[in-house]
Each structure stands twice: as C-alpha cells, then as structure tokens.
Design a protein around this ligand. Structure first.
Ligand SMILES: [Zn+2]
Length: 251
C-alpha cells in the first residue's frame, strides 16, 4: 500500500510540476491520471534508482547497474553491470570500481571493448562482449543485445547496443544511445529506459516500444516530467510514463 501511495504521489508531483511551469496565467487543468499499474509493477519501479544520465540501478533479487556513472550513496555491490556504449557519460572506470565485487559480471557492447582493454587490469574482472542479436544467461538473468543507433553520434553497426534483460519475472529494455527503429516494435517489455535527446526522438520511441512503463533518462528531471505529461495525453494506450528524480541513493 505504501508503494501504491508513493507512485500516485510521484504522478501527482509530475502533474503539479508541469502545471507550475506552463500555466502562470490560466488556472491549470488536472491532467488525466494514467492507468494504475499492478502492485507487481509498482514494486518493480520502486526498486529502480536513477543516478542521472542513463545510469540506473535495479535492486531486485539481483543487483543490476545499467551504464553506471555519477554513482553516489550507499551502493550495493553489483551482480551484473551492463554498458551499452563507450561514450564518457555511459562508461566510467571510476564509477565501475565503486560497484565491482568478485561476484560481478560485466557485459559490454562491442564498441566498449577498447575502453575495457585499456582498463581491464584496473577493473580486475573479465568482460563479456555481447553483440547485436546475441543472448547470454547470468545466474538466471537472461540478457539479449539489440541494435542502438541514431544520427547524432551513435553510428549504426559500430557496436553500440541496447539490452533486453529478464529478471524477477520482468523484462527491462535498456535502449542505450538510440533513436526509434522499426524492430523496437518487437521489444515487448515491462519497463523501458528511453533517452530524451529531443522531444520528437523520445516520442517516436515511446510510441513504438511495447512497454508498460517507460522511464525517461539522459535528460533533466524537469524535461522528463514535461515529456511524461505530454505523452500521457498524446500517446496513452495504457502506457505509463515516469520521470524519476536523479541523485545519490539516500539510505
Ligand atoms: Zn552516447
């Protein structure tokens, strides 16, 4: 029940925040409340933490970090780390060292291989390179690498990837550095992480990806709020759009 309340509180904060930014003169009208997700989905969202950029922690039965940078707070050691590409706002040796433990499995897109090689002694664990279309299993967590590309710095076929991750009965889609492409329509997932490089790029992805919950990242909290509110009205279709507050883990 506490989690139900907190999700509604989150949604309420989003709506109040957007109204506060845009409706100085007119009386703000309440936005439609998105469909209530199941308790299971609320539990899943409550186990996510956003550190900023695309750095997200899933603290479920496994501790999984996606593109960890800017890590702060009491950090649980990683069972699994997934890095989509080698841009400095996705690959950070200093941050990786904060969460790597002897048990950690590191999985990287092919484009990260050179960066990993340069620091593998420093990192102290092996890395598995997962190319587009390849899948692997790590102690019951299934991972599939899928394409990630756009026209603003993530070149098609250059080895950047996204990941579909199955854990705890959930499928996460961590899209990486990418714009929408047709095969995204096949990435059925419970929770998708979408970068917001532009409103149009994010909207195209939000429309095509068949995820129940879409979390916006690689942007500010306020921009994520704005697109969440906009897409709730314009896309709807049972999808729930979420803006998370970035920052350190607060114990
Ligand atoms: Zn990038």
């Amino acid at each position: 029940m506490k989690r139900t309340t907190s999700l509604f509180l989150l949604i309420s904060i989003l709506l109040v925040g957007v109204a506060g930014c845009t409706a100085a003169a007119a009386q703000p009208k309440p936005s439609p409340i998105p469909p209530t997700p199941t308790q299971y989905m609320q539990d899943a969202v409550s186990k996510l933490h956003w550190f900023g950029t695309s750095a997200i922690l899933y603290n479920g039965s496994r501790v999984i970090y996606f593109d960890p940078i800017s890590l702060d707070g009491p950090l649980p050691p990683a069972d699994l780390i997934l890095v989509t590409h080698s841009h400095s706002d996705h690959w950070s040796v200093a941050d990786l060292k904060k969460i790597i433990a002897p048990k950690t499995t590191l999985i990287i897109g092919p484009i990260v291989a050179n960066s990993y090689e340069a620091d593998k002694t420093n990192l102290g664990i092996p890395a598995t390179i997962l190319s587009e279309g390849q899948t692997t299993d790590v102690n019951g967590v299934s991972i599939q690498a899928v394409p990630a590309y756009d026209t603003i710095g993530h070149v098609k076929g250059s080895g950047g990837v996204g990941f579909l991750v199955k854990v705890d009965g959930l499928t996460f889609y961590n899209s990486g550095g990418t714009a929408a492409y047709p095969e995204m329509a096949n990435y059925k997932s419970d929770i998708a992480f979408i970068p917001v490089y532009s409103k149009d790029q994010a909207q195209a992805m939000a429309e095509i990806i068949p995820a129940r919950v879409i979390i916006f990242e690689h942007t500010s909290y306020y921009a994520a709020q704005a697109v969440s509110d906009l897409f709730t009205k314009s896309i709807g279709a049972g999808k729930i759009f979420v803006a998370m507050e970035a920052g350190p883990i607060i114990p």
